[in-house]
Design a protein around this ligand. Structure first.
Ligand code: ADP
Ligand code: MG
Ligand code: ZN
Length: 640
């Protein structure tokens, strides 16, 4: 059965393998057990109930707390041609009737429902007549008053299930549940003999960092400038702070939106949508923003002020990197911000003295996070009772520095050889132009656009390249002459690098890089994705995740077979959207060939040749590709 599940995973979702958590959870669900799964954000909970749903001939109902969440999920399923729908207050009457018709005629595999809809008698009556295999409760912690997002309507779930009068399997999922909340979920949902699965809390792709003693505005401007193109969230603790930051960063010409309880519903909604669709890059917000945002390509979450406790911090920071790609969580610490949080606790009249004390002690533990010298990840996970990480994670600002060295030897060799080929007669500026493949009159006059290292760093970020070159000069791997027209010269150390007698190992304090957002091919793929998403009225990352685009830009597949090897592209998605992306990549490959002054083939021609090649390989025909394709063309022309 798990084998079939794996086939479905590939066909509909384009992933070759289940993650460890998923495999265990899905096989347990397929065994028919009730199940509670507690696994971190971004680890792929949805697939855990979607795949069993696809394997069952009956309907699966998903209860999900937020309208925006539901829409994203159903959009994502529809993109993969999985029959799914949702019912919540955002539906028009016509849409509702259409969905009900689909339900009646068994055309749906998954139905998402908002908890508020559960006790609608007519609706329950309808569902009673339909065969239901499973009810999956997403964000199940909402059922517990001890959880951080208690929702009264979740308490209606058990009555709802009872009224259906069928033998239905119950599964529940959440990212955060203390032992008390876990107990509540199992008892309140009346899950009999459940399998409880608790995965680790660790999010390996997140880099945690604490920043102190930096001027906050200049730090932000520098950071946002450095990571151009990468979407992110900046949290601040008060509305005023959000407004100020928003005004300041807008003045600095960043693409920003804002979100806090003081804005009108319309403004909030507007900014949120723009952020989700990628029309705004950076969201500046209070903690009112986030619940229900499934945007998978948030690359960084910066806290401008210290939050109230580790739970809030981990949850807010954890909104980054849901797609599994690298992401960064930065906490900016200023001692004066502690008093803001103390003030919030102090003025809250609803808190008993004990609760106040407990909140202050939680704040202390949050402050301690900024002071410890040991691993930030270990500290956080220990706080949640997870002791699997020990001492050193290698992926937080307290752990790097120890082993954070990058091997730049190959890049250095390319640079050195370029200087050699340019006869050691160029300066920094022109070298960078040659490496990036930018031509101008001077470059052409000197014939430098003809040397083999021209454009060798074509896909690189200019700033990164400049930094590396400065490093090579300052460390004596390359010499720079004095005078008003300094040129670059090679020395003994340069030749040692070329001969691999020495390596160029560089200590960096930046291990997180989002350079691919500035990669020209990524940008084109991204634009294509945005264009299709707009047309279809879905969020871009629902179509293909940023990680998928990154892999596309990196591997540059030029036929269907290569493309299906990319994570996140299955047969279904390929059939629906793959071709448009493939055409773009083929066109790019063609341009590259043209630049190299090779034979130019048109877009269609190259697709045709690819097809012939596969045909030829499959049949084992031993003829030159060109000859075969010519022969086929001729047969084709005759037929016409
Ligand atoms: P959660 O609900 O646990 O936060 P999601 O279900 O939203 O997580 O999934 C997060 C991301 O992980 C999605 O982009 C999803 O497509 C991706 N994903 C899920 N399963 C896999 C897998 N087996 N391999 C690769 N990516 C996966
Ligand atoms: Mg989820
Ligand atoms: Zn660490």
């Amino acid at each position: 059965m798990l084998k079939t599940a794996e086939e479905i995973l590939f066909k509909y979702f384009g992933y070759k393998k289940f993650r460890t958590n998923q495999e265990e959870i899905i096989s347990s669900i397929l065994d028919g057990r009730n199940l509670l799964g507690v696994i971190p954000t971004g680890s792929g909970k949805s697939i855990c109930y979607q795949i069993p749903a696809l394997l069952s001939p009956k309907l699966t109902i998903v209860i999900s707390p937020l309208i925006s969440l539901m829409k994203d999920q159903v959009d994502a399923l529809k993109v993969s041609k999985i029959p799914a729908a949702f019912i919540n207050s955002s539906l028009s009457k016509e849409e509702y009737i259409k969905t009900v018709r689909k339900l009646r005629t068994n055309q749906l595999k998954l139905l998402y429902i908002a908890p508020e809809k559960l006790l609608n008698a007519k609706f329950v009556h309808l569902l009673k007549s339909i065969n239901i295999s499973m009810i999956a409760v997403d964000e199940a912690h909402c059922i517990s008053q001890w959880g951080h997002d208690f929702r009264k309507s979740y308490l209606e779930i058990p009555r709802f299930i009872e009224q259906l009068e069928q033998n239905i399997q119950i599964t529940a999922f959440t990212a955060t549940a203390t032992p008390k909340v876990k107990e509540d979920i199992i008892n309140l949902l009346d899950m009999r003999n459940p399998k409880v699965f608790v995965g680790g809390f660790d999010r390996k792709n997140l880099f945690f960092k604490v920043v102190k003693n930096e001027d906050p505005e200049s730090f932000l401007v520098e950071y946002l400038d450095k990571h151009r193109g990468a979407p992110g969230v900046i949290y601040a603790s008060t509305r005023k702070e959000v407004d100020n930051l928003f005004a300041y960063l807008r003045l600095k010409r960043f693409s920003v939106g804002k979100y806090h309880a003081g804005l009108s519903d319309e403004d909030r909604h507007n900014y949120q949508n723009k952020f989700i669709n990628g029309d705004i890059r950076i969201m500046i917000a209070t903690n009112a923003f986030g619940m229900g945002i499934d945007k998978s390509n948030v690359r960084f979450v910066i806290h401008r002020n210290i939050p109230k406790d580790i739970e809030s911090y981990y949850q807010e920071a954890g909104r980054s990197g849901r797609d599994g790609g690298q992401a960064e969580c930065i906490l900016m610490f200023y001692p004066e911000d502690i008093s803001t949080q103390e003030f919030f606790i102090d003025v809250n009249k609803d808190l008993s003295p004990e609760l106040k004390k407990s909140k202050l002690s939680k704040l202390d533990k949050m402050v301690a996070y900024t002071e410890i010298k040991s691993c930030l990840r270990e500290y956080t996970l220990k706080y949640f009772g997870d002791r699997r990480i020990k001492n050193y994670c290698g992926n937080c600002s307290n752990c790097i520095g120890l082993k954070d060295v990058k091997d730049n030897t190959i890049d250095a060799q390319k640079i050195i050889s370029c200087i050699g080929r340019a006869k050691e007669n160029i300066g920094v500026k022109m070298l960078i132009q040659i490496l990036l493949g930018i031509t101008n009159e001077k470059v052409q006059r000197k014939g430098l656009d003809k040397i083999s290292t021209f454009g060798i760093f074509k896909d690189y970020n200019k700033k990164t390249l400049e930094e590396l070159l400065n490093y090579l000069i300052s460390e004596g791997y390359i010499d720079q002459t004095a005078g008003s027209y300094p040129v670059l010269k090679l020395n003994e150390k340069s030749y040692d690098v070329l001969k691999e007698n020495i390596k160029v190992l560089r200590k960096t304090n930046e291990i997180v890089s989002f350079d691919y957002y500035e990669n020209p091919i990524f940008e084109k793929l991204n634009a294509k994705r945005n264009q299709i998403a707009k047309k279809e009225g879905i969020a871009p990352y629902v179509l293909f995740s940023d990680v998928t685009l990154m892999e596309l830009a990196d591997k540059k597949p030029i036929n269907r077979w290569e493309m299906l090897k990319i994570k996140g592209i299955g047969n279904q998605k390929f059939d629906n959207y793959g071709k448009e992306f493939l055409e773009l990549l083929i066109l790019e490959a063609g341009k590259k060939k043209r630049n190299k002054k090779e034979k130019v083939v048109s877009n269609e021609e190259s697709l045709f040749l690819d097809k012939i090649k596969i045909f030829k390989d499959n049949l084992g025909i031993d003829v030159e590709l060109e000859v075969l394709s010519q022969a086929i063309k001729e047969i084709f022309m005759k037929k016409k």
